[in-house]
Design a protein around this ligand. Sequence first.
Ligand SMILES: [Zn+2]
Length: 316
Amino acid sequence: MSGYAELFRRGRGRHRRRRRAPLKTIAVVSALVTCSAFAATRMDDEQADCVPRPGADGRASTLPAWCQDQAAGRPVGAPAGKAGGGGSDGVPHDGDGGNHSRVPAPPEPDGVYDRERCGNTSGRVLLTLDDWPYNDPERSVRIGAQLQSQGVRAAFFLIGKFAAQYPQITATLRQQGHWVGNHSFSHRQLTGLTDQELQDEIKGGVAGNLLRPPFGDAGERERDVAAELGFRICNWTIDTHDWEKTEGNPRSAEAIRASVRDASPEEKRNGVVLGHLFSNFPNALNDIISDLHAQGYQLCRNTGPVTDRAPNPLTC
Ligand SMILES: [Zn+2]
């Protein structure tokens, strides 16, 4: 797991949030760094297909042969029914996932675009839900409807190969007023890929302009390639650790709720909360929202349907 040292270097404050977490083993800490469902410590059968575990060196390990075929066959195209790309933020856009114009997007210098906040300058808190609800794909849109009814806009970062099988889910989420972003095609660790694989993973993901790299892991190369393809990196300020298991048991909704409630004001203001679609995070949403309100914070407002473009700065 020594490769995670790189993540610490690149994280730009990503780990300051660890101070409130209970003491854990080093192994768990390294898993926390990955901040995602696909940490080596939690691999349910239904969630493990085509998803490499980080190897001993912290890099993505080899995929099973059938997964490599799937990943290499061709990037999955943009989901049907996606809204048209207006390019309102100036980012060049072609929605077909291929034949990119190669017009480089402007770089994201530190201090201008804060990737941990996804450019959120609203003061409000953005809830984000990653990966896929493996046993219940429709859970995504039920969560979307629930948040919509509460006037809350969230961002969903769906794994491309699953989203492509259910294009109506992406379309419905956007219709419900939620941003849907790219979480790569098959959730490989981008920093372990060749340049070509990296491009294929992004192109095969959900069309749009926000990229949440699997495990939150992206360096300068990944940022630059993403920018060439029209994407900004979008990570988080609050990790709910909802993907974490203790003795085989998933993290409870109450523990997930507490991780948001007890986060610092700095992490909440203009903050971004990381949760997942397969965990107890959705079950904790009502309490998370009411806690934030009680503490005087607002959540990103749902003002109706959105396109596949999220604005920069992220006004919400
Ligand atoms: Zn993920």
